[in-house]
Design a protein around this ligand. Sequence first.
Ligand code: FES
Length: 162
Amino acid sequence: MKDIGKVSRREFIATTAAVGACMCGLNGCNILLPQTGDALQIHSSAYEISESNKKVEIIIDTGKAPDLMNVGSAVKIIDSRINDRIIIANTGESDFTALSLSCTHNGAEVEYKHDRKIFKCVSYNRAEFSLDGRSIDSMNLKTLKTYPIRRQNEKLIIFFEV
Ligand code: FES
């Protein structure tokens, strides 16, 4: 009779092999891997999107996104009107960085780590990127796309080319 809670050596090896297969980084193999980071998603009422001459601007009303005004914090924007998901980090007194939220390895979200001033993927391989989006670990991934961002009074403006 088998004890409940005990796992045989054979079962352990079979289970860890299966988990390992899911952590292999194959496209679409995301069953056990975290995909969502800790940045809060700001509500669409906190920003507007303006489009003209192949340029898109996201204009954030900082009064409606107070989380972003704390140094070390980060928020994300996921909006079908924009062709990328973005993360915006408050990296210093009046310094902000905006880049793609999607890790270039397999698309999981990145989080901002203010203690090291880096972005780190939440998925198994935990890829790391510098503030300018460069891969800074042994994975040597493609650079995260960055977007110019400027503060203008109570607004933060992020610039896209389309
Ligand atoms: S999705 Fe694999 S390290 Fe980011």
